[in-house]
Each structure stands twice: as C-alpha cells, then as structure tokens.
Design a protein around this ligand. Structure first.
Ligand code: GTP
Length: 261
C-alpha cells in the first residue's frame, strides 16, 4: 500500500484483520440491507476520528455527507457518553466532540457535486481527518435520480472521491444499501457482479438500483469492503474485500455504546 496509517475501529477482530483499522488514503465501503447498522457504524467511526489522540482518536474534524438525513447527533452523544464517559462527562466536551462533525445534507446531485469541490478546498485547512458518505447509492435514487439518467451517473464523483482520499490521505468511509426483496440474494449478486462473475445486465433484475448506479467502476475504486448482514437473528460483519485480510466474519451487536463485538 502506498499510504500508511489507519483509524482504529476499536472492534478488535476487525482492527487485527485490517492491520490497524480503516485505512488512510483509500475508499472503504460498508454495505448491507436497510436497518443492519451502516449508519451506526459511521457514527462510531466519526466519533473515533474526532477524539483526542490521547484517547486513540485522530483529534480532527469529520465531514459527514448525510444523504438520507440519518445522522443523529443525540445518538452520537449517547454512543460517546457510553463508550468514553471520562471525556463526555467533562463539561462542554460532548458539544465540543459533536461540533467537530460537520454534517452536510446535499438536496440534489448538483449540491453534492458542489460539496465535494468545497471539501477538496477546505480539507487540509480545517484538519479534516475523515470523510463519510452515507450513502452513495441513494444519490442516484428517489429525488436525486430525477435529475439525469442514472447509468454510470456517478462516474465523475467516484473518480473525484477516490482522488480526494489519495490527495488528502484521510480515510473515506462510504455506505451503500442493497435493496431487494431478498437481501441475501441481492448481496450475493452484488458481489458476484463486483467480481465479474455475472454481467451487470444479469444482475439488474436482482438489484438494478445499486448495480446500475455504481457498477464496476465503483467496485474497482473501493479498496476495502465490509459487509453487514443478518442470519438467524444474529448480525455479522464480514471483510469481503481487502488487499491484506482474508474474508473474515465477526458477529456484532448494537447497544447504547454503538456497534460492539
Ligand atoms: P439504512 O440507512 O436504512 O440502509 O440502514 P442502516 O444500515 O444505516 O441502519 P442503521 O445504522 O440506521 O441501524 C439501525 C439499527 O441500529 C436499528 O435496527 C437498531 O437495531 C440499531 N439502533 C439504532 N439506533 C439505536 C439506538 O439508539 N440504540 C440502540 N441500542 N440501537 C440502535
């Protein structure tokens, strides 16, 4: 790897597998069905990036692009207060930590484009240590989708985000939802497409939304892919793509302190 450095997730097995955590300078994707915990994962990682270095954080600001209005600062503070009571119970610190996370809610693809261009300008000046995009695929669905044909619509954005990660050498965390009547089936096809095992056309009938929107260009732009899924009532986190880790899976839970193993 060209870039060194990681943001520890404090999820022991995951940090071991990724040799330290979420890598700097490249894209890490968290993918899974609705409600599995992708946003909860992003909240926890954002908090960790904002923590002082003496607590293992990056002591920086976070730019959080909240496409679906899922960011919840009250929940962020709850996770912080439960995980790091010594910091969050100090007067003013909860607000200080939450204030380090700049939440952007682009209302259109055009605004998203503008946000990215502004981030590029301000990322180094403002001590930004993490960029989160929750979620990428929703930028080409619903209201956003009306703006333009969606086939490979995000090609420019994907290249821009990748170069942003490389240039700023910060971790970039992006979520994507797999939408389908059968999540298991959709996940399976999504990864087959991304390993070129089936053609995009074949996969469209399973998950037209995600595959048509992001396609192979996206798949190749992501360095590390973490899949969240549920089986028989238990949530699992899988390292599905990584230049260093074999495909490992860890059971996880979501509690008042956020995602935990
Ligand atoms: P989509 O955005 O719909 O794709 O879902 P997601 O994968 O981002 O799911 P999200 O991270 O929003 O996780 C939702 C799940 O997290 C819920 O089903 C709850 O189990 C759990 N959760 C959310 N908020 C809380 C909370 O305040 N306390 C606890 N203990 N769990 C929570």
């Amino acid at each position: 790897e060209q870039f060194s450095g990681h943001l520890p997730t404090r999820l022991k097995g995951l940090d071991d597998a990724l040799r330290g955590g979420i890598p700097f300078g490249v894209l890490t994707e968290v993918v899974g069905p609705a409600g599995i915990g992708k946003t909860q994962f992003c909240l926890k990682i954002s908090l960790l990036a904002s923590l002082p270095t003496c607590y293992g954080g990056l002591d920086g600001r976070v730019v959080y692009i909240d496409v679906e209005s899922k960011f919840c600062s009250r929940r962020l503070i709850e996770i912080g207060a439960t995980s790091f009571p010594e910091i969050f119970n100090t007067k003013g610190m909860a607000q200080e930590m939450a204030g380090r996370i700049l939440v952007l809610r682009p209302a259109s693809l055009c605004e998203f484009t503008e946000s990215l261009e502004q981030i590029k300008v301000s990322i180094l000046q403002n001590q930004v240590k993490l960029l989160v995009i929750d979620s990428m695929a929703s930028l080409v669905s619903g209201e956003y989708y009306k703006e333009a044909p969606r086939q490979h619509l995000l090609g420019w954005h994907i290249s821009f985000i990748k170069s942003l990660a490389e240039f700023s050498r910060i971790p970039v965390l992006v979520t994507n939802q797999v939408r389908s009547q059968s999540h298991d089936e959709a996940c399976q096809y999504y990864f087959q497409v991304h390993s070129n095992a089936v053609t995009p056309d074949e996969a469209k009938k399973y998950d037209s939304h995600l595959v048509a929107a992001l396609g192979i260009h996206w798949a190749h732009s992501v360095t590390t892919r973490i899949v969240l899924e549920a089986k028989s009532g238990q949530r699992y986190m899988k390292v599905a793509k990584s230049p260093i880790s074999p495909p490992l899976a860890f059971p996880f839970i979501i509690t008042s302190s956020g995602i935990s193993f």
